[in-house]
Design a protein around this ligand. Structure first.
Ligand code: ADP
Length: 177
């Protein structure tokens, strides 16, 4: 675990499973149809129960680079923020859309005035975004956000496996220097 404090906001990198984490909002790596899938999406719907999918179906979809809030069902959270990162294609547009998906979650956090949020590493699974490119983008957006006034006290990245954790650790070291 790595803990870094910026402006009284605790930024934590944690290796683990996001469904085991307690936070006001848990972020899901969703697809544009909010249709459910494998990876973190499957884990969240399995652990949270059918209420989350019912809420997603009602909303119907979410454009890439954006996010929507639903109930968290049985998860230890008030909300799930379903964020849609880009499918990696090597275009400059990818970085903008990835940053925008994280920013959309931070904007929802302010709208709902929540104190804690847990992110997975968006787009770095099935969507193929290289971890060493995605990690600095994710951390930069969060660090810039918590440098300004915010309702958030705690932001946690829950990294699934040693490789993801190490990539975020390296990126944070570089950004925090
Ligand atoms: P995407 O389609 O956005 O790439 P994935 O769910 O396939 O989404 O992968 C995103 C990241 O989430 C990957 O780094 C993957 O290792 C990670 N991941 C998968 N399951 C979990 C989980 N239960 N908790 C946290 N992270 C997870």
């Amino acid at each position: 675990m790595v803990v870094h404090v910026i402006n009284d906001v605790t930024l934590t990198l944690l290796e683990g499973n996001i469904v085991a984490v307690e936070a006001d909002a848990i972020v899901n790596a969703a697809n544009a149809g909010l249709a459910g899938g494998g990876g973190v999406d499957g884990a969240i719907h399995r652990a949270g129960g059918p209420e989350i999918m019912a809420a997603c179906a009602k909303i119907g979809g979410c454009p890439t680079g954006s996010a929507v809030a639903t109930t968290a069902g049985r998860l230890h959270a008030k909300y799930v923020f379903h964020a849609v990162g880009p499918i990696y294609d090597g275009r400059p547009e990818d970085a903008r859309l990835l940053a925008s998906a994280y920013q959309a979650c931070l904007d929802l956090a302010e709208q709902h005035q929540i104190k804690s949020i847990a992110f997975p590493s968006l787009s770095t699974g099935v969507y193929g975004y290289p971890l060493d490119l995605a990690a600095p983008i994710a951390l930069r957006v969060v660090i810039d956000h918590i440098t300004k006034p915010t309702s958030l006290h705690t932001v946690t990245f829950v990294l699934f496996g040693k490789t993801s954790f190490a990539a975020y650790e390296r990126a944070l070291k570089t950004l925090a220097e």
